[in-house]
Each structure stands twice: as C-alpha cells, then as structure tokens.
Design a protein around this ligand. Structure first.
Ligand SMILES: C[S@@+](CC[C@H](N)C(=O)[O-])C[C@H]1O[C@@H](n2cnc3c(N)ncnc32)[C@H](O)[C@@H]1O
Length: 244
C-alpha cells in the first residue's frame, strides 16, 4: 500500500510521475534526453548558436540591469552565461545535461571565461550548491519545459535565490504561435506529456510572477542570421524586479 504523501514535495513528485518517463524534460531523469538532444551540434537548432538573447543585451545596453552575481537556469551550452561573464558578471550556470555542460565548458575554455558551470537539477541544488543573493536570475527556455505544478518549485527557487532589488529575466514560448502548446494546464496531466513545452500569455506570466514588479514584457525581436544576437519572435522576453 502506498500512503507516502506527507509534504508538498511529496505531492510534486507524485505529479511528476503522472507523466510518461519519455515526456520528462525537467527532472534528473531527463538528463539522458537532453544529452541526446545536444549530442549532434550540427543540427539546425536556433539556440545552438553562440550568441546571447537580444533582450538580455538590450537590458544591459539600457542600464536596466548592471553587473553583479548572476544565475543562468537551464543554461544549455552556455551562450547567455558566457555573455554575462564577458560583461563582468560573476556567473553560476546550471543544467541537467552533462553534454550541454561539457559543451559550455569547452566554449568557456576557448574564450577564457570564468563561469561556474554546474550539472544537475536546479531545484535540488537550490540552497546547497546554489546559494542566494543573485542580482540576476536568467532563464532562456527552461521555464516553459516545466509541468504546471513545478511552477511552485520555480517560484520558491526565485524566492530563495533572488536578492532584494535583483532582476529576473525570462525568455519563453508565446501563446498563439508554433513552438509552445496553448492547451490548458489540466490537459498536460490528462495527456501525460507536455506537447513540446508550454506557451504562456502575458496575463499568465503577470499572474505567475505577481510577487515581482514587471519592468518589461515584450515579444523578442527577430534577429537576422548576421546579427550578433539571438532573437525569435515566437518567444516572450520579460524582465521583472524583486522589491528591495
Ligand atoms: C530549451 S533548452 C535552453 C538552453 C539554453 N538556456 C539556451 O537558451 O541556449 C532548456 C534547458 O533547460 C534544462 N533544464 C530543464 N529542466 C532543468 C532543471 N530542473 N534543472 C536544470 N536544468 C534544466 C535542459 O537540460 C535544457 O538544456
């Protein structure tokens, strides 16, 4: 007999297990899937380019954020973490995939960057390897791969790790476009899969991150191939601030 639910974390794990193992993109068990994804670097995946998000660059250009301690959540091969390092941030960057972290470390060696790359589940590492007081928490493309119930873990991570007065920058799937799924939250549990990731409306993002103050929420600019920046119009670029 299974009567193991005692804590909120027990409930979150139970909900994780409602998804088929093949659908998992967010727990430690998903590392193999992401390793295969990153295994072939020649694939035409838009974010395989070694370019930072145009939105991140624009926050810096306009002085909306300034160098300090930064955390890149779900950093992949490290393009945004390396950019932040080049501008004087002290950067921690975490990803589930050993292959992505290996690629990011290679890029760091090539450029002499000093990012602290960590392989593992960000939620498990929060409070241990990742300790608080980040002036910037940045997420390009990780949040939208989480099932709805893991927003609870995500908000708790922000609460734990974002410094008062610090900024949170998010890039995620827009609603009504190819890329993310517009299905309602409950449908993902019924189908036991996330349909490639969750789309968000601006209203949904404002509600989810309502403990923070919105600085900017806009569609990402479409960057041409010759641009020094990454930008796709099917993504939102949002910047929030935690009150000091
Ligand atoms: C769409 S990729 C984006 C990679 C990178 N941010 C970029 O834009 O180039 C999403 C990444 O989130 C990572 N990820 C998903 N869940 C995670 C978790 N719980 N902890 C750490 N990384 C996670 C995956 O391994 C994957 O590399």
């Amino acid at each position: 007999m299974d009567r193991n639910i005692r804590t909120v974390e027990d409930v979150l794990r139970l909900l994780d297990d409602l998804f088929t193992p093949q659908a998992d993109r967010w727990t430690s068990g998903a590392a193999d899937w992401w390793d295969t994804f990153y295994g072939d670097r020649s694939r035409a995946v838009p974010f395989f380019v070694a370019k930072p998000d145009e939105s991140l660059a624009s926050y810096l250009d306009r002085g909306l954020i300034t160098p300090g301690r930064a955390l890149d959540l779900g950093c992949g091969p490290g393009r945004n973490a390396l950019y932040l390092d080049s501008l004087g941030f002290q950067v921690d960057a975490v990803d589930l995939s050993p292959t992505a972290i290996g690629w990011a470390e290679e890029r760091a060696r090539e450029t002499g960057a000093r990012v602290r790359f960590l392989q593992g589940n960000a939620f498990a590492l929060a409070g241990t390897e990742l300790s608080g007081g980040y002036d910037l928490i940045h997420d390009s493309g990780c949040f939208h791969h989480l099932p709805p119930h893991r927003r609870i873990s995500y908000l708790s991570l922000l609460d734990q790790l974002l410094a008062p007065g610090g900024h949170y920058a998010l890039t995620c799937f827009t609603d009504g476009e190819a890329g993310g799924s517009d299905l309602p939250d409950a449908a993902f549990y019924r189908d036991a899969r996330l349909h490639g990731g969750l789309a968000y409306s601006p209203q949904a993002l404002r509600r989810i991150f309502s403990d923070l103050t919105e600085v900017e929420l806009r569609r990402m600019r479409d960057e041409p191939p010759e641009s020094a920046y990454f930008g796709e119009p099917f993504l939102w670029a949002a910047l929030f601030r935690r009150d000091a």
